[in-house]
Design a protein around this ligand. Structure first.
Ligand code: ADP
Ligand code: ZN
Length: 527
């Protein structure tokens, strides 16, 4: 039987046009809105800038009652509410910036039943008095924005987020929930669904492929990189760009460097006076400034369509963060250049910053850092690498990243991949990458001997090659979808169907050498 394509009612489309001013839905928006209007639990994974807000704002307008929007971005709440008010939608927020009398006013407005959206910070949601108030209110559904904050495996874990489900259950157990995020690896996705007890929710996952973004990584050689930075910006004269640095100090230093070189740039970080910060941000949005040099505090909720490049002068803490930040380039669909300066030393530095964290937290942060380093050093198509990280498989190279554009060193990979997959299989698909590599290079760690992996036929079969090379082979097997990470036992590698087929009947595959940035840094001149 033919299924009629899903279409929301005319009334909803009219609201899309008359209230929000959009003549069409984008991507999955219509399906998502329709799903939520049918009272279904809904899980949305959509890259930054794709239009997540509309997915709950429109249903909130259409449905009776007030929609609760939980968001950790307190600094943006007022802005979002102002924007809604400006288009005639009644909305309020509850967070720690409000005084007692202000929050009381918000509550009484909501109880008058004419409020469509109420933004709530997670730490406000957990307060007894607010729970009591929400029990009284007439609610339509709950939207959980930035839902990846639920997961310890993600890059922005917030413990309060883990309480949301039980609180919503107290307030109104049958309210539909829509969870939204712009970054979720398969592991994080599973974690979110389990924690919210919405495994049965309908999942709407858009592709993360931003085809108009060009990805590039260069070695970070002290003086040389600064010259390259200036040259890059000058070759994009009059175009808007964002430079991300890790520390406030570095932001100031680079902003000064650019200014001295007649580049129209200004800094942005949380340590600046708020009036200066706001001015710099506005100047950037209004094209008074070409370049903003910023910490990651900059960019959330900012919607400048014509950012032509995003440069990471320091390596970010995770690929999730990197992807979100580079996602601010080319929102208008025209080309955006994403350039990162990388040195392994920066990864070690970042790891050291985590030394006071709790053990699991530090371990998780370390895994994220290792993925980041692997991305920087890979010789594989960068888009393939990133998409694989977010659980998507791409068959062909993109042709639009630095690795695709250069002449690459490749080597015949059939025997290497065969050994890697055999090792995975002979250890019963229960170990992580590091352990498998140790077995191959023949290192008798305690783990290796206690599992008697030194007795396997593959033990030390790869001892002619370095640990680094084997690590790269395993990673490429992941990107090629011969191996996958077991999401139940994170880090454990398993054969995919494709991997099993490869083992049964190996075929010729070209593998790519990783970059050897360290070698390029050897000749570095002291600053
Ligand atoms: P996200 O939260 O996914 O990063 P936003 O919700 O902020 O994205 O939306 C990004 C931009 O896209 C906003 O400027 C928004 O007004 C615009 N937008 C959203 N939906 C549509 C649509 N259907 N048609 C045109 N523009 C849209
Ligand atoms: Zn590519």
């Amino acid at each position: 039987t033919l299924k009629a394509p899903v279409q929301v009612e005319e009334k909803v489309k009219a609201d899309l046009k008359h209230i929000f001013g959009f003549s069409h839905f984008r991507g999955n928006q219509e399906l998502i809105v329709d799903n939520l209007l049918k009272q279904r639990n809904t899980f949305v994974i959509m890259p930054t800038g794709a239009g997540k807000s509309l997915c709950y704002q429109l249903p909130a307008v259409v449905k009776e009652g007030t929609a609760i929007v939980i968001s950790p971005l307190i600094a943006l709440m007022k802005n979002q509410v102002d924007q809604l008010n400006a288009i005639g939608i009644n909305a309020y927020f509850l967070n720690s910036t409000l005084s007692k009398s202000e929050s009381n006013r918000v509550k009484s407005e909501v109880l008058k039943k004419n409020t469509k959206l109420l933004y709530v910070a997670p730490e406000s949601l957990t307060k007894e008095e607010n729970i009591a108030f929400l029990k009284e209110a007439h609610l339509s559904f709950v939207a959980i924005d930035e839902a990846h904050c639920i997961s310890e495996w993600g890059h922005d874990f917030r413990p309060e987020y883990r309480k949301i489900k039980s609180i919503v259950a107290q307030i109104a157990p049958n309210l539909p929930i829509i969870a939204l995020t712009a970054t979720a690896t398969p592991k994080v996705q599973q974690d979110i669904q389990r924690n919210l007890q919405m495994e049965e929710a309908d999942l709407f996952k858009s592709s993360f492929n931003r085809t108009n973004l060009f990805y590039e990584v260069r070695p970070k050689v002290k003086n040389e990189s600064k010259k390259q930075l200036i040259k890059f910006i000058k070759s994009h004269k009059g175009k808007s760009g964002i430079i991300y640095c890790l520390s406030r100090k570095k932001v100031e230093e680079i902003a000064d460097l650019l200014k001295v070189n007649q580049i129209n740039a200004a800094p942005y970080h949380a340590g600046l006076d708020s009036s200066v910060r706001i001015k710099n941000q506005d100047d950037f949005l209004n094209e008074e400034l070409d370049v903003i040099v910023a910490t990651i505090a900059f960019g959330m909720g900012i919607d400048k369509p014509d950012v032509r490049y995003v440069i990471h002068y320091d390596v970010p803490k995770s690929l999730e963060g990197y992807y979100q930040e580079t996602g601010r380039a080319g929102r208008d669909g025209l080309e955006g250049h994403c350039l990162m300066f990388y040195r392994y030393e920066d990864i070690l530095k970042l790891d050291k910053f985590n030394k006071d964290k709790a053990v699991t937290e530090r371990e998780n942060a370390k895994v994220l850092l290792q993925e980041m380093a692997a991305y920087a050093e890979t010789g594989v198509c960068r888009r393939k690498f990133i998409l694989n990280y977010f659980g998507e498989t791409m068959e062909e190279d993109c042709g639009f990243c630095d690795n695709c554009k250069r002449v690459r060193e490749t080597f015949e990979g059939m025997d290497f991949l065969t050994l890697a997959l055999q090792t995975t299989k002979l250890t019963n698909q229960r170990f992580g990458l590091e352990h498998l590599v140790k077995v191959l290079i023949g290192e008798k760690t305690d783990y290796v001997t206690s599992y008697k992996h030194d007795k396997l036929e593959v033990f030390a079969k790869g001892q002619d090659q370095t640990e680094k090379l084997w690590t790269s082979v395993f990673r490429q097997a992941l990107v090629m979808n011969l191996l996958e990470k077991d999401i139940e036992n994170y880090g454990v590698l398993k054969l995919t169907k494709k991997g099993q087929e490869f083992l049964n009947e190996p075929y010729s595959v070209q593998l790519h050498n990783d970059h050897d940035f360290e070698k390029e840094l050897e000749n570095e001149q002291p600053e």
